[in-house]
Design a protein around this ligand. Structure first.
Ligand code: NAD
Length: 638
């Protein structure tokens, strides 16, 4: 008996998963067979739509065949798993973007790989006994097969909730969370399938559907939103610990069983994908993790404990409250030439990179590792891995599709632009990622317009760590067209890019953001100094503020007090991180801009004055900007 039945039935292409004894778990052969059938039917005029269902009452499909992956991984062969996931994700993308309707019938369990086959279809039908879940974190994987995208778009913080707890969704929950569309009692399924296949129409689905049973998580939405918010897994765990309700305790218990690394990465992925629409980007991100999961993650240990030894006592690599941000970044670093692609990749660009300093160097390296051809130039003769150095900025720019600059300030940017923009070919993109004044950004944009070059100002947040890890955030000003051309590069160098509008708006966003950051860091530091003098323990102060209305990135993610909160430059003797003088530069830019447009920014002005004093008159130069705490520890109110 074959594991899968594929045939044309009336006007429908019908695929039936046929491994009921194994809960229809997906093998590599089944993945390939489904993909082939979809390709065959895509342009077949006799096939109006596709039906995917499964034999047996217990499951539509309970996941991928992980035993197969475990055996090869244990033997040190990671390529089988990498190949399986690559082809499975390509199938998931094909299902999501298929040009004809696909109707899936999801009885019993639909989990993991089953979600990838069942839950990206255009018409997803559930019944009384349907139980849908993304249980990957329990075996050291992240929600994959495009499930990360569904979780990211579930209402409120439901995605974080289902991803981390691996809780099962009943039919009402699945419809609420966006994993299913219609509820049809299972007793009506055979007739429904028959009429869909006979007619090749979707109308029978409409007539058969009924109101779903109430969602069991809907009543907990408020609690889910307050407990599962925050920057990181740490924040969520802390929220749950501080919340004494039964619901929070149960959720915490569930989370306590799962791989901390996988969950920390899951939170990061859901956050990154919140503004993403296309499944290919989610799958590409998931693949970065799964590609590394056997060698560097908890995957093999997770399978051992769950299905090989069945001791249910996995020895995860990290404790729940100790997953360093750098380990999360590592698992999501771009894969370079091994990146998941969905068609033959002929998108390699010629890039000229000017300014290979602390930030530019690693950014250029990531672009080269992703398969682009990068010519680099830096007046200091600096070089970067994978980049071919040339003798002048013009030489780097002349045949380039995109020229990227990462320079110290607006004056230098203008000089470089004057030199290279006239040498660039029409239609190419001039992409400045430095932090400069809005006026310089707009002047460069004007110069580009006169020569037929698209220009973008795209300053970054994320620092040197983000530049190396490929996790920067880009704030982009410029035309839609220029943004679309540069998007694939933002995706390599960063985790997120936001198109903020016309030229100069990227810089505007950057200086507004950093004005908030400068002011909140000062407020956080002076509050710690006040707390010290009032005899309040710093850890207690953190525990309260990080989950109260005083919380901020400065407190929660970059706490200036050593030994408190997640690891930060404070724990490394205030070695930057983000240097105080760079903060001063950004605050000055914000105040110059405020003067130019007559904006009243008293907090920003005060922040600039304090950082100027710290850097120029005290010992702030070369220290992290959070070393402001030491300043307040020493100073006294006059
Ligand atoms: P950096 O000083 O390390 O790098 C700048 C590089 O530009 C240097 O290598 C320098 O030799 C080169 N350069 C100067 N003039 C040049 C010219 N005419 N032609 C070619 N190369 C030239 O500085 P960085 O830390 O890489 O920062 C670069 C930009 O990124 C700045 O605008 C900064 O504000 C911004 N930024 C930095 C951080 C950070 O944490 N370092 C974070 C966000 C944004």
């Amino acid at each position: 008996m074959s594991d899968i039945q594929i045939r044309v039935n009336g006007k429908a292409g019908q695929i039936t998963l046929n491994r009921p004894d194994a809960l229809n778990a997906l093998t590599y052969d089944m993945v390939r067979a489904i993909d082939q059938a979809l390709c065959d039917w895509a342009h077949d005029p006799d096939v109006a739509l596709v039906v995917i269902d499964a034999q047996g009452s217990k499951a539509f499909c309970a996941g991928g065949d992980i035993a197969q992956l475990y055996d090869t991984g244990r033997a040190g062969d990671y390529t089988f798993g990498q190949g399986f996931w690559r082809d499975e994700y390509r199938l998931n993308a094909r299902l999501a973007g298929y040009g004809k309707p696909i109707v899936t019938f999801l009885q019993g369990f639909t989990m993991g790989g089953g979600v990838g086959v069942g839950c990206h279809a255009s018409h997803r039908i559930v019944a009384e006994g349907s139980r849908i879940a993304m249980p990957e974190c329990g075996i050291g994987l992240v929600p994959d097969v495009g499930g990360s995208l569904l979780l990211a778009h579930a209402p409120g913080r439901l995605g974080e909730y289902f991803g981390l707890t691996t809780a099962r969704m009943g039919p009402g929950d699945a419809i609420l969370a966006g994993f299913a569309d219609h509820f049809v009692p299972e007793a009506a399924w055979n007739d429904l399938k028959k009429s869909i296949c006979e007619t090749g129409q979707l109308a029978p689905v409409k007539s058969a559907r009924q109101n779903p049973p109430a969602s069991s998580v809907a009543k907990h939405m408020e609690k889910i939103d307050t407990c599962f918010c925050g920057e990181s897994l740490d924040d969520i765990v802390r929220n749950l610990q501080n919340d004494q309700s039964d619901f929070a305790n149960t959720a915490l218990k569930a989370i306590g069983r799962n791989s901390p690394l996988a969950m920390a990465v899951t939170v990061e992925m859901i956050h990154r994908l919140r503004s993403v629409k296309d499944i290919e980007r989610a799958l590409e991100l998931e693949y970065r993790f799964t590609y590394r999961a056997m060698e560097h993650g908890d995957f093999l240990e997770g399978i051992r404990a769950a299905i090989i030894d069945k001791d249910r006592a996995p020895k995860w690599k990290h404790a729940l409250d100790k997953v360093p941000a750098v380990d999360v970044s590592f698992m999501l670093r771009p894969l370079g030439k091994d990146k998941l692609t969905f068609e033959e990749d002929n998108t390699a660009m010629k890039i000229g990179f000017i300014g290979l300093g602390n930030m530019g160097g690693p950014m250029a390296t990531n672009l080269a590792a992703a398969g682009h051809s990068v010519l680099g130039f830096d007046v200091a003769g600096t070089t970067a891995n994978g980049v071919q150095n040339v003798a002048s900025a013009q030489e780097a720019a002349k045949d380039a599709d995109v020229v990227i600059t990462m320079l110290p300030n607006g004056g230098i940017l203008r000089r470089v632009a004057d030199e290279v923009v006239p040498a660039m070919r029409q239609g190419a993109v001039f992409l400045d990622c430095s932090t400069v004044d809005v006026e310089s950004a707009r002047a460069v944009a004007e110069l580009c317009t006169t020569t037929g070059v698209s220009s973008l100002d795209a300053p970054v947040s994320g620092g040197i760590g983000g530049a190396s890890a490929g996790t920067l955030t880009f704030m982009v000003g410029g035309t839609e067209d220029g943004y679309a051309k540069a998007l694939p590069l933002f995706e390599i160098m960063g985790q997120k890019s936001v198109h903020c509008g016309a030229s100069g708006n990227g810089q505007a966003a950057k200086i507004c953001n950093n004005m908030i950051l400068g002011a909140t860091m000062i407020a956080t530091c002076e509050s710690f100094a006040l707390a010290d003098k009032l005899g309040l323990d710093r850890q207690k102060m953190f525990d309260v503020v990080s989950t109260s209305s005083g919380y901020s990135w400065s407190m929660n993610a970059y706490c200036p007090a050593p030994g408190v909160g997640p690891e930060s430059p404070a724990d490394n003797d205030y070695k930057p991180g983000f240097a105080a003088e760079l903060m001063l530069k950004d605050l000055r830019l914000s105040q110059e801009a405020a003067v130019a447009v007559k904006a009243d920014t008293p907090m920003g002005a005060m922040a600039q004055a304090l950082y100027a004093q710290f850097v120029e008159d005290e010992d702030g130069l070369g220290q992290d900007f959070s070393a402001m705490l030491v300043k307040f520890e020493k100073s006294e109110r006059p």
